[in-house]
Ligand binder design. Structure first.
Ligand SMILES: CC(C)(COP(=O)(O)OP(=O)(O)OC[C@H]1O[C@@H](n2cnc3c(N)ncnc32)[C@H](O)[C@@H]1OP(=O)(O)O)[C@@H](O)C(=O)NCCC(=O)NCCS
Length: 152
């Protein structure tokens, strides 16, 4: 059974294999260990880890400022995709967001990443586009900005 736990910078080495396996390096979406550690060193950032029998199978990183939160990174190991793990990670982020009266969850997704459909499935809507946001091997790719709004 998969359980969702909170982690911190000490868990970076353990989540990096999932980061590396989940993203195609051609598109420049994955972070290095150093970038991940930097993100987790910022105030108001959080790491959620999905474990299945003590093996890390997915994680998510988000950060909030006042009543706005941004989902900075979410990844599930390819061997564990399609089992509702990203859904569980997102549900935990949203539960925590609501407890803390935050009102909006933003994210960026590469134009062409099928994760866009996952986010649409979860109620996110496209609100903008950032030209050339991701730098891949030979070219750059736009990011689509999406948001989920919570009324309280
Ligand atoms: C996107 C990602 C995190 C989804 O993880 P997951 O654990 O497989 O997702 P879930 O099993 O919770 O899927 C929930 C729903 O979204 C759908 N879905 C998930 N990934 C999808 C995808 N890539 N394309 C289309 N639909 C997808 C599932 O079919 C499922 O639909 P259902 O509830 O109707 O059955 C995973 O595919 C991944 O790690 N991708 C690579 C990294 C990445 O691109 N991250 C996003 C960066 S912005």
């Amino acid at each position: 059974m998969t359980r969702i736990e909170y982690g911190d910078g000490h868990d970076v080495a353990e989540i990096m294999p999932v980061m590396t396996r989940a993203f195609d390096p051609a598109y420049g979406e994955a972070w290095t260990a150093s970038q991940t550690l930097s993100a987790l060193s910022l105030p108001n950032s959080q790491l959620l880890i999905a474990r299945d029998a003590d093996q890390i199978c997915g994680f998510a990183i988000s950060r909030w400022v006042l009543d706005e939160e941004e989902l900075l990174m979410i990844a599930v190991d390819p061997n564990h995709q399609g089992k509702g793990i990203a859904t569980s990670l997102l549900e935990e982020i949203i539960a925590n967001l609501l407890i803390n009266n935050r009102k909006t969850l933003f994210l960026e997704v590469r134009d062409g990443n099928t994760a866009y459909n996952f986010y649409r499935n979860k109620g996110f809507n496209q609100i903008g586009r950032r030209k050339g946001y991701y730098s891949g091997n030979n070219m750059s790719y736009d990011a689509i900005t999406m948001a989920l709004f919570f009324e309280t």
